[in-house]
Write a protein that binds this ligand. Structure first.
Ligand code: PLP
Length: 401
């Protein structure tokens, strides 16, 4: 008899973390690896937020706090949602958790029954399907094709809905494609959802602030207020505030579901770290002046890498609206051979040989449910990105038909 629970049989460990681990191993062996697999900004947490965490420690905020999150942080979240997203919530409609990941995990565990279906647009963030599988639900994938900017259409959504659909997860701007839905596009999806009142919506808005070219992120619950009483708006401090290690995420939604999610939390992690929540209050309540400069740097890198990738035979790359990822197609490399005769049959082959021969770590599209692509994070130093593009070019030039 296996010691491992059956529910884990279909679950894969995080593919993105696996690439980072392999890249770190190679680095430890002395190999010159450029890791473009990372999913975190390369900027430090702003100083005023760090200072507040230190002050909170000095004030002795080192004890257990409320499961749902401290009253001060939940209030700051309500204020933020009103100010930035035009959404009205009260503190009992907010749950604070160990990262956006913890938030999503709690919500899914609290609501998904075996065989319930959860619609997930692909390419998707790697954790959604596996969280659904842990809850013994069924992920249902809808491909957002490159031709439609990696976004799904209302027709695609309509076709995927069945009587068993429990959730529709929308992630805009998206990890891994960087694609973001305009308010009109959200409205069109909302019109479909309006006709199916049994379908609830998870809107993962963790990259909302990381957008370019004057794109404005929108919340589906604000664009379609008639869906608000079945929408969970999920967010976190990790990406906007460069606070990935602090592990503070949250959701806003109907109190009944928030309460159920808190029940999971009360029996697992108890709550997000006390002094990180204190720092979170300051993060949310302070001006975000640092963001413009950081987004300008991200944008310069995005434009530079897109241009260089599009100049490489075999690769094409769309310009994304947000986040800090690119999702280039390698359709033009499939079927070609490396100098030592290995055929590139899949995007996994492509990224494996690229890492082995050129020391560039990226994540294969198969991990995100759409091939043949790879995900590249440009949240790394510009010089390294330039060097990585050069290496990708050398790799692609070495391929023969
Ligand atoms: N949602 C998306 C789309 C993400 O890319 C991530 C992190 O990579 C998360 C949620 C969770 O972030 P965290 O748990 O660090 O808050």
């Amino acid at each position: 008899m296996s010691m491992i629970a059956d529910r884990l049989l279909a679950v894969k460990p995080s593919a993105t973390l696996a690439v980072t681990t392999k890249a770190k191993e190679l680095k430890a062996q002395g190999v010159d690896v450029i890791d473009l697999g990372v999913g975190e900004p390369d900027f430090p947490t702003p100083q005023h937020i760090c200072d507040e965490a230190k002050a909170a420690l000095d004030r002795g905020e080192t004890k257990y706090v409320a499961v749902a999150g401290t009253p001060a942080l939940r209030k700051a979240i309500c204020d933020k949602l009103k100010r930035e997203n035009n959404l009205d919530y009260t503190p009992d409609e907010i749950t604070v958790n160990c990262g956006g990941k913890g938030t999503l995990f709690n919500i899914i565990m609290a609501t998904v029954n075996p065989k319930d279906e959860v619609i997930i647009p692909a390419p998707y963030w790697v954790s959604y399907p596996d969280m659904v599988r842990i809850a013994e639900g069924t992920p249902v994938f809808v491909v957002g094709k490159e031709e439609t900017g990696f976004k799904i259409t209302p027709e695609d959504l309509e076709k995927a809905i069945t009587p068993k659909t429990k959730w529709f997860i929308i992630n805009s701007p998206s990890n891994p494609s960087g694609a973001a839905y305009t308010p009109d596009e959200l409205r069109a999806l909302a019109d479909v959802l309006k006709r199916h009142p049994h379908v609830w919506i998870i809107s993962d808005e963790i990259y909302e602030h990381i957008v370019y070219d004057n794109f404005k992120s929108a919340s589906i619950a604000a664009v379609a207020p008639e869906l608000k009483d079945r929408t969970l708006t999920v967010n976190g401090l990790a990406k906007s505030f460069s606070m990935t290690g602090w592990r503070v995420g949250y959701a806003a939604g109907p109190a009944e579901v928030i309460k159920a999610a808190n029940k999971i939390q009360s029996q697992s992690t108890s709550h997000a770290v006390s002094f990180c929540q204190s720092a979170g209050v300051i993060a949310l309540n302070s001006p975000m002046d640092f963001l413009k400069e950081r987004n300008d740097i991200f944008k310069q890198r995005r434009d530079m890498v897109v241009e260089k990738l599009n100049a490489i035979a075999g690769i094409t790359c769309r310009v994304p609206e947000g986040a800090f990822y690119l999702y280039p197609s390698i359709a033009g490399c499939i079927g070609k051979k490396t100098p030592d005769g290995k055929e590139i049959k899949t995007d996994t082959d492509f990224v494996t040989y690229l890492l082995e021969t050129q020391g560039v770590a990226v994540v294969p599209g198969v991990a995100f449910g759409l091939s043949p692509y790879f995900r590249l994070s440009y949240a790394t130093a510009t010089e390294l990105l330039e060097k990585a593009c050069e290496r990708i070019k050398v790799f692609c030039s070495s391929l023969t038909a």
